[in-house]
Design a protein around this ligand. Structure first.
Ligand code: G3H
Ligand code: 13P
Ligand code: ZN
Length: 312
């Protein structure tokens, strides 16, 4: 099947008490690892491209890689999504280029300005059959190239969500409930805890409406250790506990964003390979196990965290 929008996917996920995995793609091995896992698990998927990914790989290469995955996995519903679209022009370029979903992230702007920018993107996207994710509230960590200091992050204010969704016409809403981007999400020694009270308040005010969680990597210690044992230095890397993500997936959260875990799996595997085989220099030899571990990681997410195995 051709690329789809997330509309039907989210409706099924909402009613079925599961979430769709939204995985960031930057190169061929990452696209292959993710989509091979989805094919084996019969899971729908969102492949998302950030501003940084477009700058690194070139938008056209990424679109063509995703088109190749569509050909290789014809039975899997796939969305091609712009992650953290910074402005109207970037969203427009992706809509014109064949993306089926875009995020406009004006969450760092004041409320009225966020509404204004989002509404403009929604208007253009809907005219072209593309859906739009918007964001209210800010996550700490790195929002694409925008660094948000921990102290400046703010939870979404539930009393604002209805007005925001009504006035913008967006199709899904990313909210801030304590997740953050990157591999250092909580202070070591503290108990990681998402604000489910904020999530449930938003959910109550937007019945039937899909909520999105960014910054949802779990930072598997297996890979942090693999990195640290093979010349890396990532002390205190901590992610969102998987049981909390499972709980979120059962609620109105229909899309869960994961990027850092893919990076950890790839980097850990390659570091270990280099350490064990200092004589090897064929990239295929180290990219192959890296791709295989990305696939295994994604399979685990689909089955045990998102609950979307068998939903394609
Ligand atoms: O939200 C951030 C994503 O992990 C994308 O990161 O801008 O480094 O590609 P990036
Ligand atoms: P992580 O850094 O937790 O993987 O979050 C990724 C993300 O939110 C992409 O938009
Ligand atoms: Zn994000």
């Amino acid at each position: 099947m051709p690329l789809v929008t997330s509309k039907e996917m989210f409706a099924k996920a909402y009613n079925g008490g599961y979430a769709i995995g939204a995985f960031n793609v930057n190169n061929m091995e990452i696209v292959q690892g993710i989509t091979e896992a989805c094919k084996e698990e019969h899971a729908p998927v969102i492949l998302q491209v950030s501003k940084g990914a477009r700058a690194y790989a070139n938008h056209t290469y990424l679109i063509k890689l995703v088109e190749a995955a569509v050909i290789e996995c014809p039975e899997i519903p796939m969305v091609l999504h712009l992650d953290h679209g910074p402005d109207f022009d970037t969203c427009k370029a992706c809509i014109d280029g064949g993306f089926t979903s875009v995020m406009i992230d004006a969450s760092s702007k004041p409320f009225e300005e966020n509404i204004e920018i989002t509404r403009r993107v929604v208007e253009y996207a809907h005219e072209h059959g593309v859906v739009v994710e918007a964001e209210l509230g800010t996550l700490s960590g790195i929002e694409d190239e925008v660094k948000v200091q921990e102290g400046c992050a703010s939870y979404t204010r539930p009393e604002e969500v209805e007005e925001f969704v009504t006035r913008t016409g967006c199709d899904s809403l990313a909210i801030a409930i304590g997740t953050s981007h990157g591999a250092y999400k909580f202070k070591p020694g503290t108990k990681p805890q998402l604000r489910f009270d904020v999530l449930h308040e938003c959910e109550k005010r937007l019945p039937g409406f899909p909520i999105v969680l960014h910054g949802s990597s779990s930072v598997p210690q297996e890979y942090v250790n693999m990195i640290n044992e093979n010349g890396g230095a990532m002390p205190g890397a901590i992610g969102v506990p998987e049981d909390q993500l499972r709980e979120a997936a059962r609620s109105a959260v229909c899309k869960i964003n994961i990027d850092s875990d893919l990076r950890l799996a790839m980097t850990g595997t390659i570091r270990k390979f280099f350490n064990e085989h200092p004589d090897k220099f064929d990239p295929r030899e180290y990219l192959k196990p890296a791709r295989a571990n990305i696939k295994e990681l994604v399979r685990h997410k689909l089955r045990d965290v998102l609950g979307c195995s068998g939903k394609a």
